[in-house]
Design a protein around this ligand. Structure first.
Ligand SMILES: Cc1cc2nc3c(=O)[nH]c(=O)nc-3n(C[C@H](O)[C@H](O)[C@H](O)COP(=O)(O)O)c2cc1C
Length: 180
């Protein structure tokens, strides 16, 4: 089994494409294929000690799921299935997609919702990301001055995405034992 689990939820495929691009860099021993949480089981999810989790923000600051027209469901439906799990001793890196221009008051909020959920269940986090290069009003994903994970904006800053993903993977490499 791969060491690192890679799970995401996505409506139009942006978060899925990032997950696939991340996985492409690593072999199967290091990282599992990216899996939509609407196809995941709690048993599989809970079997990883290291997780990379991706989410877009939909609705008004909401997790992807059936109530935000996310086909097949998303984190909204999956989190209740794993709410009893203990993530103590597990390490999580989060990335989140959003639109800082159109949703400036809820920018990448869903990443903050995931952070709170897993923090309450004992997880440790890596990959906090500086908020300097973004323009928004508020975000639930902000902790002090940094985002709790990598924030990506395919609507307004698409050209920055590859470099951001590169730098972020380098940042989490030591904690995840990733080859550089
Ligand atoms: C109906 C709708 C609501 C959205 N709400 C938010 C939001 O509250 N905050 C935010 O940062 N981005 C918001 N977005 C932007 C999406 O997060 C962004 O387009 C993202 O790249 C979509 O990724 P996905 O295709 O993986 O779902 C919204 C987009 C749509 C279509």
């Amino acid at each position: 089994m791969s060491r690192i689990g890679l799970f995401f939820a996505s409506s139009t495929g942006n978060t899925r494409r990032i997950a696939k691009a991340i996985k492409k860099r690593y072999d199967d021993e290091t990282m599992a294929d990216a899996l939509n949480v609407n196809k995941a089981t709690p048993e599989l999810f809970g079997s990883y000690e290291q997780l990379i989790l991706g989410t877009s923000t939909l609705g008004a600051g909401a997790l992807p799921g059936l109530s935000t027209d996310c086909m097949g469901g998303g984190w909204e439906e999956f989190l209740p299935q794993i709410e009893h799990l203990d993530f103590s001793g597990k390490t999580i890196a989060l990335y989140g997609l959003g639109d800082q221009n159109k949703y400036a008051e809820e920018f990448v909020d869903a990443m903050g919702i995931l952070y709170e959920f897993f923090k309450a269940r004992g997880a440790s986090f890596v990959g906090a990301w500086p908020a300097d290069d973004y323009e928004f009003i508020s975000s639930k994903a902000l902790l002090d001055d940094d985002f709790v994970g990598l924030a990506l904006d395919q609507e307004n800053q698409k050209l920055m995405t590859d470099a951001r993903v590169d730098a972020w993977l380098k940042l989490i490499s030591p904690a995840f034992g990733l080859p550089s």
